[in-house]
Design a protein around this ligand. Structure first.
Ligand code: DSN
Length: 428
């Protein structure tokens, strides 16, 4: 992917003419994304083609229902857009059925509950502070309020999921639904191991692959397809598509999933997003994307080694995927203080709870970082030592209040970013 060399203020002429105030904000965000080292593992840069598809006239159409069975007329083209995108999703992920209408990951997961559970039924998922997602049955989420959420975690000594513990919980609680996957899981997910437990207790197994969908598509993480009943994923993380989601399933669950998404939860699908998902799926089926997925993992692994060599405490000791979870307790800096200092230095991460955290979720002990976005810029593993050194200097500066170092790093970050233009963004 190459970045267009159009100045930011000329890229959206109609917007600039109609609403200069918002156009200026868009241009400023473009500048920010161009100039900073974006390490939030759930973020990425989409291609110019995905951006274009997201802003098309497809957004003008209502199309409640599914191809061939709509509640509105005029679907000659929209049906084709949705069918093409769903076929690409099925092919790429090797599942029988694809629903490409969920608005995002949380609605997609809620649709899974609606498809298979009644209020009060038991769901087994990874707990949020251990790396899971709100919608895997965590208390403050609707999924932990309307359903009986039972949660597994990671072992204190390894930082990894213990399938014996998951099995014991499943046998004791007899969940109807089991989620595997999460939002702060640096290690490979054992889909076969979870499937064996789900079979034993008669539960529906859902793989939430939102974070690793691009790695799976690119062959850099094992696929859940042979093992699970349902796959839930967002489309905008490692998969590098627009903000959206998909539910894939075995044929026998297709009707339940479709009915849960519409009319169960949603109205009209966002057709411009569907098209952009289709574009991203086409991109993800290319050899270039396979290289990208491999490079994401190589970069994360290398960055992890460089950070560990500088005394950082990585949850589980490292990573198998795109993500690193770092416990800053030994560095004597709270995660949020470090994350804010890194942000001032042009390195964008998020503060994050670590397993068994003694601090509160809004002021936790850790930070979470990942390599999908920097790899989309083509930044190679040979630069990960530099990135680790910046993080080391800024975390130290955060502890001592050394703003001069923070500013110094910001200039160095900008210089490196100028050498690696980001997809879809202006280069000047
Ligand atoms: N908010 C997403 C993340 O950052 O991982 C999960 O939904």
């Amino acid at each position: 992917m190459t970045a267009p060399s159009v100045p930011a203020d000329l890229r959206h002429p109609a917007l600039a003419a109609a609403d200069p105030e918002l156009a200026a904000l868009v241009a400023a965000e473009e500048r920010l994304q161009a100039d900073t080292l974006r390490l939030i593992p759930s973020e990425n840069y989409v291609s110019a083609a995905v951006l274009e598809a997201s802003g098309t006239v497809l957004q003008n159409k209502y199309s409640e229902g599914y191809p061939g069975k709509r509640y509105y007329e005029g679907q000659q083209i929209i049906d084709q857009v949705e069918t093409l995108t769903a076929e690409r999703a099925k092919g790429l992920f090797g599942m029988d059925h694809a629903n490409v209408q969920p608005y995002s990951g949380s609605p997609a997961n809620l649709a899974v509950y609606l498809a298979f559970l009644k209020p009060g039924d038991t769901v087994l998922g990874m707990s949020l502070p251990m790396g899971g997602h709100l919608t895997h049955g965590w208390g403050v989420s609707a999924t932990g309020t309307w359903f009986n959420g039972v949660q597994y975690g990671v072992r204190r000594d390894t930082g990894r999921v213990d399938l014996d513990e998951v099995r014991d919980l499943a046998l004791a609680e007899r969940p109807k639904l089991i989620f595997c996957g999460g939002t702060a899981v640096p290690r490979e997910i054992d889909f076969a191991g979870f499937a064996s437990i789900a079979r034993e207790v008669g539960a529906v197994l859902v793989a939430d692959i939102a974070h690793i969908a691009g790695l799976i598509a690119g062959g850099a993480h094992p696929s859940p397809a042979p093992h699970v009943d349902v796959v839930s994923t967002t489309t905008h993380k490692t998969l590098r598509g627009p903000r959206g989601a998909m539910l894939l399933s075995r044929a026998e669950h297709a009707r339940a999933i479709d009915r849960a998404v519409f009319p169960g939860l949603q109205g009209g699908p966002h057709n411009q997003t569907t098209a952009a998902i289709g574009v991203a799926l086409r991109e993800a089926a290319t050899p270039d994307f396979r290289s990208y997925a491999r490079d994401v993992v190589t970069n994360a692994r290398t960055l992890g080694e460089e950070l560990a060599a500088r005394g950082f405490d990585l949850v589980s000791g490292g990573t198998d995927n795109h993500l690193l979870l770092i416990d800053l307790t030994a560095k004597d800096v709270p995660g949020k203080v470090a994350a804010k200092a890194l942000d001032r230095a042009g390195i964008v991460v998020n503060h994050n709870s670590v397993p068994y955290d003694t601090r509160k979720p809004f002021d936790p002990s850790g930070i979470r970082i990942g390599t999908p976005a920097l790899t989309s810029r083509g930044i190679p593993a040979s630069e990960m030592g530099t990135v680790a050194e910046w993080i080391t200097r800024v975390v130290q500066a955060a502890r001592t209040g050394d703003e001069a170092t923070v500013s110094e790093v910001r200039s160095e970050v900008k210089a490196l970013m100028d050498g690696y233009p980001a997809p879809g963004l202006p280069v000047s």
